[in-house]
Design a protein around this ligand. Structure first.
Ligand SMILES: Cc1cc2nc3c(=O)[nH]c(=O)nc-3n(C[C@H](O)[C@H](O)[C@H](O)COP(=O)(O)OP(=O)(O)OC[C@H]3O[C@@H](n4cnc5c(N)ncnc54)[C@H](O)[C@@H]3O)c2cc1C
Ligand code: SF4
Length: 324
């Protein structure tokens, strides 16, 4: 599949990138970092824009300083970062399970938290898609998964975002109205087309990890068709703090690839604060989270299997993090 024509812009600073975005906004544009998600969609003629503004030459966002990760840092660089390896192993686990090594050498963390939501009826060639009449997220006005739905329920498929949400990371954004910082957990929306609350002109410049993450046990589990290559079909990110008596002081469990955004289970996990970690408590937590999970029927594996796997991954992850 070949790429469609577009005009490529190569700014050297964030300011210049935003200025270009304002000049071409009426014609339509996308920012592009590694291009590993966006250009696949372009090849499939999905929501192609006439202008691409590359963030590749912008040096301001290419390093990891303390707990601030530049948006252009690649997933491979994150996997090798000593500071993150010792203080945030969950992020290493999430990033090193994205696609394949070739993808991770190019793919950036900024692009990863912003990837397009996925759906069996959408991520297809134009020939496949239009033979069914296409759908709301592409060329038509009806959803193929839930026809009576007024919005798209394509699945949230980023591996790093559920882990970032679990530790309450923040995204730093810069756009035509200046800079702002948004909590990752408040950034995403239920609509699989809109996906998040980013203004069109805004660029994610940095991901800010709270210092308290170094006191947490963090981990990530994922199920996919091919372990060397694929997007998640279900994923679970956990951040946990226990005291010396193994009692839970704080716990976040966030699901990826289940809904249209990362699913936070704070009501369920808060109810277990103060409980001593044991196999039966882990069983109870996992069962409750599985029960609440409602995957949509729009990825390659059946909903019943993906729902069951929520419990399996939760149990596996909590046992691993607590040596139970
Ligand atoms: C074979 C294959 C397997 C894959 N498997 C996985 C997987 O298992 N898990 C997974 O999470 N992903 C997977 N991906 C998707 C993709 O590789 C990653 O999500 C990657 O991290 C995206 O980053 P990127 O820099 O390439 O983003 P791009 O493709 O450049 O951009 C993605 C989106 O983010 C926007 N964008 C990018 N950077 C910024 C920024 N700094 N500010 C504002 N907007 C921005 C773009 O406009 C676009 O909408 C896979 C891709 C391929 C080709
Ligand atoms: S969920 Fe519905 S509207 Fe969204 S991509 Fe799938 S078929 Fe299209």
């Amino acid at each position: 599949m070949i790429l469609p024509p577009f005009e490529l812009h190569n700014p050297n600073s964030i300011k210049e990138a935003i200025e270009i975005s304002q000049k071409v906004k009426n014609e339509g544009f996308d920012y592009v970092s590694g291009g590993t998600d966006l250009l696949q969609n372009y090849k499939n003629r999905l929501n192609v824009k006439p202008h691409l503004i590359s963030l590749k030459n912008i040096k301001e966002t290419t390093s990891i300083k303390d707990f601030n990760i530049g948006a252009m840092v690649t997933l491979d660089e994150i996997s090798k970062s000593k500071i993150l390896q010792s203080n945030f192993p969950g992020l290493i686990e999430a990033c090193s399970q994205v696609g394949s090594i070739l993808v991770r050498k190019t793919a950036t963390i900024g692009g990863n938290v912003l990837i397009d939501n996925r759906c069996y009826f959408y991520n297809q060639t134009p020939f496949w898609r239009t033979s069914l009449g296409s759908c709301l997220k592409a060329e038509a006005d009806e959803c193929r998964v839930i026809p009576q739905k007024e919005y798209c329920v394509a699945t949230f498929s980023s591996d790093s975002a559920p882990m970032l949400v679990a530790v309450d990371a923040k995204y730093e954004l810069e756009g035509k109205s200046g800079k702002r910082i948004v909590k990752s957990g408040d950034f995403y929306t239920h609509d699989g087309i809109k996906r998040n609350f980013k203004d069109e002109s805004e660029i994610i410049t940095r991901i800010k990890i709270p210092k308290r993450t170094m006191d947490l046990k963090t981990g990530y589990e994922k199920i996919r068709v091919r372990d060397t290559f694929d997007y998640p079909l279900v994923s679970v990110a956990a951040a946990l703090k226990t005291n010396k008596d193994k009692k839970i002081e704080d716990m976040n469990i966030v699901l990826g690839a289940i809904g249209t955004y990362p699913i936070i289970n704070k009501d369920t996990t808060n109810a277990f604060v103060g409980e001593k970690i044991s196999n039966s408590i882990i069983e109870e937590i996992s069962e409750k989270i599985q029960k609440k999970a409602q995957p949509y029927n729009n990825l390659t594996m059946p909903v019943s299997y993906r729902k069951k796997m929520v419990g399996v991954l939760c149990r596996r992850l909590l046992k691993r993090l607590t040596n139970s």
